[in-house]
Design a protein around this ligand. Structure first.
Ligand code: HEM
Length: 207
């Protein structure tokens, strides 16, 4: 990140750090450093709100132990549909955050030295080569990314299952019986799986 030094910028002589933080980050303003510009903060809190509300609407659907959480959103039936949409919103917001923060979250050679047990001592002596984010923070970023991906895949899988059920029943008559009776008609096989039909029927003689 380029260092934009705004020397001596104080409320009296220029923009305040908070004003600079509207559209710049990684810059020094007076005696403060801008770490997250407004867009970064907005996307972070959007992700956080969608994540937490998706969590709190999902828990009561998952188990009655968390039934009390449903009251926060107007009952269990609201939670059922709201949860799915909040999940989609979380993934969409996370995607924006992912693209925006990817560069800063790429692991570098210094991250190998990160020791979570040392870090948890919260001592004053931290690794002098730690950059904007330490390896633990980067790891959390990627873990959250994996979580969002898993959610996306689970939705995609749900859609795939619905498609699968439609194709194997209404869309292609004669398919469902293959999983009940175990058999299909020859015309079904000739139409949908011609090579398999030829392999099985061979010279055309019935077994
Ligand atoms: C109320 C809940 C939350 C609070 C109080 C919170 C607070 C913060 C703060 C203060 C930072 C900046 C840390 C720094 O600059 O070093 C941060 C960064 C971050 N937050 Fe959150 N956050 C919350 C929820 C979430 C959620 C739900 C997600 C994603 C699912 C998330 C993802 C991240 C990521 C990826 C970073 C950058 C890496 C890191 O600092 O760990 N946050 N958060």
């Amino acid at each position: 990140m380029s260092e934009l030094h705004i020397p001596g910028a104080t409320p009296a002589r220029g923009p305040t750090a908070m004003q600079v933080a509207r559209d710049k980050e990684d810059v020094l303003v007076g005696d403060e450093i801008v770490r997250h510009r407004l867009a970064s903060r907005v996307i972070h809190w959007t992700v956080a709100v969608f994540f937490l509300t998706a969590l709190f609407t999902g828990m009561p659907v998952w188990s009655p132990v968390f039934g009390w959480m449903a009251n926060l959103f107007g009952g269990l039936s609201v939670c059922r549909w709201l949860h799915a949409w909040l999940g989609v919103a979380f993934v969409a917001a996370f995607l924006v955050m992912f693209v925006a923060w990817l560069r800063d979250m790429t692991f570098d050679k210094y991250d190998r030295r990160f020791n979570v047990f040392e870090y948890m001592k919260f001592s004053d002596k931290e690794d002098p080569d730690v950059g904007k984010y330490n390896a633990g923070q980067k790891f959390f970023f990627w873990a959250a990314g994996l979580g969002a991906l898993a959610f996306l895949l689970s939705i995609a899988f749900f859609v795939a299952i619905v498609g699968h059920i439609y194709l194997s029943t209404a869309a292609e008559p004669g398919t469902f019986r293959s999983m009940t009776r175990g058999t299909v008609t020859k015309s079904w096989a000739r139409l949908h799986h011609p090579r398999w039909y030829k392999e099985v029927v061979g010279d055309g003689k019935d077994r």
